[in-house]
Design a protein around this ligand. Structure first.
Ligand code: PMP
Length: 359
């Protein structure tokens, strides 16, 4: 029996995807070998890679003037790759700071450019929120504006797409494919795979064509988007298994009805969990209503001494990985696409029982 996995990443994968991978594991499509043992240059593998890209394009309605790259190094390597690719001539960039991941991104960028940090986190009535764009001090001449759509640790999500003359560059690691997205508003969208896409080891970068020619001359070829685009993301051996498995996740998502359909389930899950937390005096969530993440739900218990018991009993009930990030403590339920509504229902029922027993 599979437990309900609320891990923030590497996160739950759809069971039918794992079962299909299991079926195909030792003998892919009767070729007598596994996908992991195949050359990435073979026609079989290239077809798998191309199908994954085509399905992702379909899911996100990605316009033709964008390249889709399947890279390695995690979203964290993109924290460096982005300034290296975009700050070739103009070295000024704006970075919106809303939490731990946006801070890591801007710290890397500071190694390469003149970074204008926009402090956009603020507390309103005791709850953390994102300041409206009218309060931001943007540069006149930035090469790009960077922000993190969903702060995975804080559970803080943008409720708007910033309006910017400079190209928008956004980290969607923990929110990509959770809801429809207008890709045409962005210069670059990037995401580590290990939440809503597939296994760790793969990073997706969606980049508009006109941003491909402004890299610093000293950029390593493997990080250079134009080189990767020219080589179909195969400047070197890609993360072939993760790419294949992500393709299976894309097929699964299309079968569910695409991102519009999964968004409805995601909203139901989030409303159920936040709704319960809000009417309880035993649990609390620190985020203002409009900026609550629909993917990562941090919460605290009335008495933090009960946290260890909560986690132990949850595990006993088949509800795994509910501990908050090690930097902030508390609890966090990550309810990505592959966590079914029944998983959140089971979590809420458990939380109710626990509050009754210990409240
Ligand atoms: N950005 C966000 C929003 C994340 O949640 C994470 C990982 N949790 C990262 C970046 C870093 O990703 P990686 O570990 O793939 O480098």
């Amino acid at each position: 029996m599979r437990a309900y996995n609320f891990c923030a990443g590497p996160a739950a994968l759809p069971t039918p995807v794992l079962e299909r991978a299991q079926q195909e594991l030792t003998n892919w499509h009767d070729r007598g070998l596994s996908i992991m043992e195949m050359s990435h240059r073979s026609s079989d593998y290239v077809a798998v890679a191309q199908k994954a890209e085509a399905d992702l394009r379909k899911l996100l309605n990605i316009p033709d003037n964008y390249k889709v790259l399947f890279l390695q190094g995690g979203a964290s390597l993109q924290f460096s790759a982005i300034p290296l690719n975009l700050l070739g001539k103009n070295t000024r960039a704006d970075y919106v700071h809303t939490g731990i991941w946006s801070e890591k991104a801007l710290k890397e960028a500071q190694r390469y450019g003149d970074i204008n940090v926009i402090e956009a986190g603020r507390t309103v009535d005791g709850k953390f929120a994102i300041a409206p764009q009218s309060e931001w001090q943007l540069s006149d001449n930035a090469a790009y504006l960077h922000y993190v759509d969903n702060e995975t640790i804080g559970g803080l999500q943008f409720d708007f797409i910033p309006d910017s003359n400079a190209p928008l560059v956004a980290d969607f690691s923990s929110s990509i494919l959770s809801a429809p997205l207008d890709v045409s508003k962005f210069g670059i969208i990037y995401a580590g795979a290990q939440k809503n896409i597939g296994p760790a080891g793969l990073t997706i970068v969606i980049v508009r064509d006109h941003l491909l020619d402004q890299a610093r001359p000293d950029i390593p070829s493997i990080l250079k988007y134009s080189d990767q685009a020219k080589n179909d993301s195969m400047v070197n051996t890609p993360s072939t298994f993760a790419w294949y498995l992500s393709g299976l996740v894309f097929e699964w998502l299309l079968e569910q009805g695409g991102v519009e359909a999964i968004q409805q389930v995601n909203l139901q899950k989030a409303q159920l969990l936040y709704g319960y937390i809000d009417q309880s005096d035993f649990y609390a969530n620190p985020i203002a209503l409009q900026n609550r993440s629909i993917m990562n739900v941090p919460f605290t218990l009335k008495d933090s001494n009960l946290e260890k018991i909560f986690l132990k009993e949850a595990e006993g009930a088949g509800l795994l990985n509910l501990a908050g990030h090690r930097s902030v403590g508390g609890m966090r339920a990550s309810i990505y696409n592959a966590v079914p509504l029944q998983g959140v229902q089971a979590l809420v029922a458990f939380m109710q029982d626990f509050a009754q027993k210990h409240g």
